[in-house]
Design a binder for this molecule. Structure first.
Ligand SMILES: [Ca+2]
Ligand SMILES: [Ca+2]
Length: 479
């Protein structure tokens, strides 16, 4: 991950921001009258800097667990499994959220260039998965940020590209490629940025099979910031799991023109590729709540952590504090700073006002008003409205995009009951404001909110790591 300067927000700046809000500052800079701030005068606002544990209530939010040992055993191997002469790369690779890789440095490149490599490969099975291709030594994640190559497991094969801005696309399929008993095979991978009228095509051949995939129907992947500086093997950074055994030989890196028969140890760089380490981020073990860290604000102490997607059957999971009978007839607000440190395809969370009794009565939470962070693979994660009455949810398709890049961002959620036909939510993320008129069915249900805080999304899936600090929220009506 590139180092970023952490913006240091002092308490006084927050007070000024609040003063501006109460004075009637508008998202558009105050050009139009905004009575929201006047209406807020009747409401009690609470601001927390989380310097100490605020004593919020939690259910299954922090689940003590033993770490699991991850044993990575991949790199150069003095074996002949992939079909070439003795000496190859590969071994046993385990899934874990913690990155492990083995690769060779290449001159920095991006997706405007043709990127290709070929060789021999054998998939010996075992149940895990691995990625091979061009990547960036400083990035991680699932899907891995800055990647161009393929992924194999024991059931499917995937060719894919992910930009530095977390936009991903690719093709998954099963068949000969994935079968552990079918190799070794010759393979050739290619990213052709000029094909399909410049939108970019991924190609792969393996043995007799050939596939081609057009990635750029909705997005110009070449125009997105992407930095690739290694070619090699990376573990799949999902939750922990079984190990895949595979080997690659007679590799040709077409980008540098180098060939490798691996007859002797090439001494490529590695990170945890031949180590045994403790993995604490384990699937379905929630670990969010008060945290003494300072990822999201200037002073230590914040709320958040690791939030897994979740099944109703696992029980109720939340971390929240009480608010006093808030409803959609009242102006509502929460704001603060957020650091979305790690995200994955098929991960997300909710933050906002909710009704504890209703939140878990349905597949998707009911009785909720706030923000959902979730999104489609090809674009990343949206910072989006999630509103639900007592009968059904309302989740519009688009909001601001938020990247899981470790940046501190300011956010504000306003709900104005008098704006639009049925009330309007305005969500600000940094300098981007999105307005969402509420649908009539949510307003008519008029859910009552007794809590504000974090809720996991359903259903079962992967995790995010996220922190919130210097939170201001509507806690009730003034007495
Ligand atoms: Ca060899
Ligand atoms: Ca703090």
């Amino acid at each position: 991950m590139p180092k970023r300067v952490r913006v240091y927000f002092s308490a006084s700046i927050i007070v000024l921001a609040m003063a501006a809000l109460l004075a009637g500052a508008n998202p558009d800079g105050g050009k139009t009258p905004d009575h929201f701030s006047e209406r807020l005068h009747g409401m009690e606002l609470v601001t927390l800097d989380f310097a100490e544990d605020p004593g919020w209530q939690g259910e299954l939010n922090q689940m003590p667990h033993e770490p699991e040992m991850v044993r990575q055993r991949f790199g150069w191997s003095n074996t002949p499994y992939a079909g070439g002469t003795r000496g190859e790369i590969g071994g046993l690779i385990a899934r874990s959220v913690t990155p492990a890789w083995y690769g060779i440095e290449i001159p920095e490149t991006d997706l405007t260039k043709r990127l290709a490599f070929s060789g021999k490969i054998v998939n010996k099975g075992g149940g895990g998965e691995m990625l091979f291709g061009y990547f960036n030594s400083d990035t991680s994640g699932w899907r891995i940020q800055n990647f161009c190559g393929f992924r194999i497991d024991t059931e499917e094969f995937e060719i894919s590209v992910t930009t530095g801005s977390f936009k991903a696309n690719g093709l998954q399929y099963s068949g000969l490629f994935a079968r552990a008993d079918s190799g070794p095979h010759d393979f050739a991978f290619e990213w052709d940025p000029d094909a399909d009228e410049g939108r970019g095509v991924l190609r792969l051949s393996l043995g007799e099979e050939k596939v081609e995939y057009k990635v750029g129907e909705e997005l110009d992947f070449r125009a997105e910031p992407t930095t690739l500086n290694r070619l090699g093997i990376i573990n799949c950074q999902k939750s922990q799991g079984a190990r895949l055994e595979f080997y690659i030989d007679d590799l040709i890196c077409e980008y540098t023109g180098k060939t490798f028969d691996f007859s002797s140890d090439p001494r490529w760089e590695s990170r945890r590729a031949n180590e045994t380490y403790e993995e604490n981020v384990l699937r379905a073990f929630q670990d969010y709540g008060f945290s003494p860290t300072n990822f999201a604000g200037g002073e230590p102490g914040e709320i958040g952590g690791i939030i897994w997607r979740w099944e109703k059957e696992y029980g109720v999971s939340y971390y929240a504090t009480s608010v006093k009978d808030l409803s959609l007839e009242m102006p509502l607000l929460f704001s603060g700073f957020i650091n979305f440190r790690r995200g994955a395809t098929d991960s997300g969370f909710l933050f906002g006002f909710f009704d504890k009794d209703l939140a878990y009565t349905a597949y998707k939470p009911l009785g909720f008003l706030g923000v959902a962070v979730e999104g489609p693979t090809r674009l990343g994660h949206y910072f989006n409205l999630y509103a639900a009455g007592t009968r059904e949810k309302h989740r519009p398709g688009e909001g601001s995009l938020i990247q899981p890049d470790g940046t501190v961002r300011h956010f504000e959620f306003r709900y104005d009951p008098l704006k639009g036909d049925h009330g309007t939510a305005s969500i600000t993320l940094e300098d981007e404001i999105t307005e969402f008129p509420l649908p009539s069915h949510v307003r008519e249900d008029n859910p009552i909110f007794d809590s504000i805080g974090f809720l996991p999304f359903r259903s079962d899936g992967l995790s995010v790591e996220v922190y919130v600090d210097d939170l201001t929220y509507t806690a009730g009506k003034k007495e």
